[in-house]
Every structure is written in structure tokens, then in C-alpha cells.
Design a protein around this ligand. Sequence first.
Ligand code: DC
Length: 222
Amino acid sequence: MSMVITVDGPSGVGKGTMSQMLADKLGWHLLDSGALYRITAFAATEKGVGLEDEAAVADIARNLDVIFRSADGGVKVELSGQDISGDIRTETAGNNASIVAVLPAVRDALLQRQRDFATESGLVADGRDMGTTVFPKAPLKFYLTASPEVRAERRYNQLKEKGLCVSVVSLAEEIRERDERDSNRAASPLKPADDAVVVDTSSMSIDKVFQQMVEKVQSVIR
Ligand code: DC
């Protein structure tokens, strides 16, 4: 069985950064499962398919012609040969992903594709249900949390750095809405696995969170 570490938690908590740092440190692969939901929603919109049309969106999810390419400093996402890396990273793309992620047939369609990322090389899996549904037998599971205010503030600073102008109040509202949808859906809701290591990052720096995670990894995976 291949080695998998799962990293779950709500939007804007820093899972992506932490998972990437952990994968780099261990020399393991990374699964950004949120990207699969973002790509599915993007492809549906491009095709004019309604985001709540379960059968049609699941069909799109099952047949995604997607390639993840390592590019300097990140990953390039190509859908049927088109670079959509920027398109799937907007706030709207995140919200649309959360809407299609409610649909059980869409989740089923993406399940095996996510499991296929686990190979002998080791995998850090980032998402909402990695520890509960996709890799329930993973030997180490993290669940990162932070207050909605802190997450909105972090997101605001990230966007400001990119030169984008947004209001911290509307970001907080979007985060609250997305948390509610992701946590209250019937299929694979966002919640910590029973055996997850929960880390509240509200008052911790990136380095401090990473250090705590690495210490845990070193104690569990030898
Ligand atoms: O992690 P992210 O922001 O890229 O995820 C976008 C949305 O996709 C998130 O709000 C809910 C959904 N998602 C999910 O339901 N299950 C996952 N494992 C990953 C993401």
C-alpha cells in the first residue's frame, strides 16, 4: 500500500501551501483535489451546462481531459489542451466548485481519479474529504482550521499582493457561505476524520504550522 498523508480543512486555511511544502520536503506527489472540482465546474460553464444538472456535470467530471504539468513555481492545468490555470483560481471558480461538489454523482465520478494519484512514490492529498472518504486508511491525517476572520484576512492579503482590489467584508461573507455549503452537504461533508490531527492555525505563522506538521510526520512515518 502506498504512503498517503491527508490534509483537509475549510477554504483559505492554508492547506494548499502546507501540502505543497510537505510534498516538496518529502519528495512525494501532491493531489490538489479542489482543482478537480474547480475544473469540472469550469468545463460545465464552458459547455453551457447548469451547475446543478447532476447527470450532465457528472458526465463532464468522468470524462475530463485534463493534464497537470509542473511549471516553474507551480502547476499548469490544461483542459483539452487549453491552459486554464488562471481561470480556475478565481473566487467565482471556487464558489462554482463548491456548488458542483454537493452533487453525489460528481463526487463518485471523481473518486477513482483521486485514488489513482496514490502511487509507490508517496502522496500528500489536499482537500475536504481526503481523510474521511478518499483515503480513509491513510496513516496520517491533518485537519487544519482557523477562524473565518483570520482566513478572510489572509485571503485579502494574498489578493492585495497580486494587485487585486477586494473588500475583506465580502471575502468573509463568501468564506462563510462556502463553509456552510461544504460542511452541510450530505455527500462527504467537510469534517475532521475521527483520527485526524487537528491544528488550529489562527494565531500561528506558516513556518510554525509547517514545523508542527513535520514533527508529526517524523513521529508517524519512519
Ligand atoms: O480547495 P479548493 O478551494 O480548491 O476547493 C474548491 C471547492 O471544491 C470547495 O469549496 C469544495 C470542493 N471540494 C470538495 O468538495 N472536496 C474536496 N476534496 C476538495 C474540494
